[in-house]
Design a protein around this ligand. Structure first.
Ligand code: ZN
Ligand code: ZN
Length: 320
């Protein structure tokens, strides 16, 4: 099975995104890049170098529904005519408008994000929409955990690996233990478990960090020899990266627990203390990371949680 990485430009801070062409019938592309003119031109060029055109694509498989990965899905599908789009059901909230904003707003209020910041974040999301076309549920085939995507000479196994987003999926070629992991595994940076509503009960938060740690351990059990990530270089030593991620999580846990004061703190305050200079989208990512770690610490009874109106306030566990 020929897996051909194609690096595509994005207008985002993260830099280029990697999409993967499986050059075998049915011709499949894993992720598409964001919806910009430069990106689709680069995608055409990458396909051309491999001897293909967009019209040859039969399957568009999405690791997750962030704009940098899914933005061109509809355009590619429309141009390829018979192609189908595959994405996990739990990405539905993101598919419609990146975030179903009202649900997200509640989570931000609960995290103690000030009103003017919430307004600003809303503005930012609206801006992100131009980088992806909306896909309706009827446009998509759901990816099921453990399903096999069949090709002429083998298959890719779908692994539902939630954490970065609730519906993130990775794809394993068991024959040579090659893994295509989207933003679940990135070489240089530890992916952010993004603050998301729980797909099964949108009034609650998705326990992103706890789920993410389970997903990383599950991928480790696959003993991958080669991991293709959503950004940056290919990973040949997953074990080393796995340990590095866990050390980073432990250090962050200790830092977050250390920031919880007797007078009580919100996730927003913890995020600001961890990343004092955060600007732009990073203010959202800071609160997102704080919530993920506070949730985990609370679930392990290392900190206490109280409600103050709609806002959650964290305090040390009495006796600590
Ligand atoms: Zn992502
Ligand atoms: Zn990404």
């Amino acid at each position: 099975m020929r897996v051909i990485p194609i690096s595509l430009p994005t207008p985002f801070y993260i830099g280029p995104v990697n999409v993967y062409l499986i050059a075998e019938d049915p011709i499949t592309i894993i992720d598409t890049g964001p919806k910009t003119r430069q990106t689709i031109e680069a995608l055409r060029a990458g396909l051309r170098d491999a001897g293909f055109r967009i019209s040859d694509i039969r399957r568009i498989v999405l690791t997750h529904a962030h704009e940098d990965h899914c933005g061109l899905a509809k355009s590619v599908r429309d141009e390829a005519k018979d192609a189908q789009v595959f994405v996990h059901d739990w990405e539905s909230g993101l598919r419609h408008s990146r975030l179903q904003y009202d649900e997200h707003r509640v989570l931000l209020e609960r995290a103690g994000v000030p009103e003017k910041e919430i307004q600003w974040m809303r503005h930012m999301y609206e801006g992100m929409r131009e980088y992806a076309d909306t896909l309706d549920d009827s446009d998509c085939v759901p990816l099921e955990d453990e399903a096999e995507l069949e090709f002429e000479s083998g298959s890719l196994r779908v692994l539902h690996t939630p954490g970065h987003t609730p519906g993130s999926c990775s794809f394993l070629r068991e024959a040579d233990r090659t893994l295509i992991a989207g933003d679940c595994v990135l070489k240089r940076i530890t992916p952010n478990p993004v603050l998301s509503p729980d797909p099964l009960d949108p009034s609650r938060r998705f326990p992103s960090l706890a789920e993410y740690m389970v997903s990383l351990a599950r991928l480790r059990e696959c003993s991958p020899t080669l991991v293709y990530g959503g950004h940056g270089d290919t990973i040949r030593d997953y074990d080393e990266l796995f340990h590095r991620y866990f050390r980073a999580f432990q250090m962050r846990q200790a830092q977050v627990i250390g920031l919880v004061k007797t007078s009580g703190v919100t996730a927003w305050e913890v995020g600001q203390a961890m990343f004092p200079g955060a600007d732009d989208v990073h203010r959202f990512l800071a609160v997102s990371e704080a919530v993920a770690h506070l949730d985990l610490a609370h679930s392990e009874s290392k900190i206490a949680l109280e409600l103050s109106g709609p806002t959650e306030v964290y305090k040390p566990v009495s006796g600590h």
